[in-house]
Ligand binder design. Sequence first.
Ligand SMILES: Cc1cc2nc3c(=O)[nH]c(=O)nc-3n(C[C@H](O)[C@H](O)[C@H](O)COP(=O)(O)O)c2cc1C
Length: 154
Amino acid sequence: MKKVNVVFGTVYGSAQFTAETVTKAIAKLGFTTKLWQPNELLDFVPPQDEFLIIVSSTTGHGDIPEDIAPWFNELKSAAPYLPALQYSLIGLGDSSYETFCGAIKKFDELLAELGAKPLTERLEIDACETMEPEIEAKTWIASWHNAVTSVSVA
Ligand SMILES: Cc1cc2nc3c(=O)[nH]c(=O)nc-3n(C[C@H](O)[C@H](O)[C@H](O)COP(=O)(O)O)c2cc1C
């Protein structure tokens, strides 16, 4: 089974907790997982033979959290070509902002520019609807797992 890299960006910790929950649930399914701390990400180019999951909240006006912004900028300027990379995105935001889940949308655009392929639809979790984003993310894992299973048998 392919390894799963989980990366998160957070301001207040919800995206981190959500990423930890997702990582543990995926490990329980039998996958080898690695939860990357934002300060470990320098020079990390997601291996194309492994899955990537990014969990990020949005800050400011549609901005990427400061802890993960250097990695975003590095990927953007290094622009590695990643056509075989399959990725999934979980955004935490608040729909009272016009820039709802702006940070994860920026990641989606960047990864598409790098040639990477979305494995699942982007999950956007709205703080107006739930105080427990990790529960929504845990439910989403079933669709992630289905997608992984169907690409593995294809
Ligand atoms: C100062 C501030 C700015 C925010 N800006 C946005 C925004 O532009 N778009 C959005 O969808 N959510 C925005 N949010 C909501 C957060 O993304 C949301 O509360 C999220 O769950 C926080 O997750 P975290 O604890 O991982 O940082 C903002 C929150 C704060 C406090």
